[in-house]
Design a protein around this ligand. Structure first.
Ligand SMILES: [Zn+2]
Length: 188
């Protein structure tokens, strides 16, 4: 009889774990939608990325940093052109992503620069325009990370200092297959 009770207890535990597993997957699915292989690419930023971008600009302005967004959503054609820069065309390599391989193509990434006191757009990561002893560029990156962005300056192999993205736990592979972040993600 004792062995029987132990068996029943274990069966309940296993059932419980299986139920949790399914509930968890259900939650995961709520974060993503599948639009199919021919899913159209967005022509603008994802609303949450757009929202956080605006907050980033405001919060930076509050500490006297003028953030200038140089790029947001990017077409496949433009991505392919950028990819050729430093390869078949002149210039420095600016990306390792071909068309469809960048979060910019899915409205999930932005690039930033700074505007100095003279009103010029600069890419100087050491510039300290608010004179607080810290480079403005890194202060902006810190604000962005607090807002949920992943920063290209943290990447190990190819540091992309102007780049900020929100992946919503979707890989490029999944995005290419037609998965998209659901827009109903609760505000954090
Ligand atoms: Zn970028």
């Amino acid at each position: 009889m004792k062995g029987f009770n132990t068996l029943i207890t274990w069966m309940f535990i296993i059932l419980f774990v299986i139920t949790l597993f399914f509930l968890y997957n259900q939650l995961e699915d709520d974060r993503h939608v599948y639009l199919g292989e021919d899913a159209p690419l967005p022509s603008e930023l994802h609303p949450i990325v757009e929202d956080r971008k605006n907050i980033l600009i405001e919060e930076a302005a509050a500490i006297n940093i003028d953030v200038f967004i140089t790029e947001g959503n990017r077409s496949i054609e433009r991505q392919n052109q950028l990819y050729e820069q430093g390869r078949s065309k002149e210039g420095n390599i600016v990306t390792h992503a071909r068309g469809g391989e960048s979060y910019h193509n899915y409205g999930l990434a932005i690039d930033y620069a700074l505007r100095n006191e003279a009103g010029e757009i600069i890419w100087d990561i050491h510039y300290d325009g608010n004179h607080n002893g810290q480079p403005d560029w890194f202060e902006v990156a810190d604000i962005a990370k607090d807002l949920g962005f992943e920063w290209g300056g943290d990447w190990r192999n190819f540091k992309d200092y102007p780049h900020l993205q929100m992946t919503f736990d979707l890989s490029i592979r999944q995005l290419q297959k037609g998965f998209r972040p659901s827009e109903a993600i609760p505000e954090s």
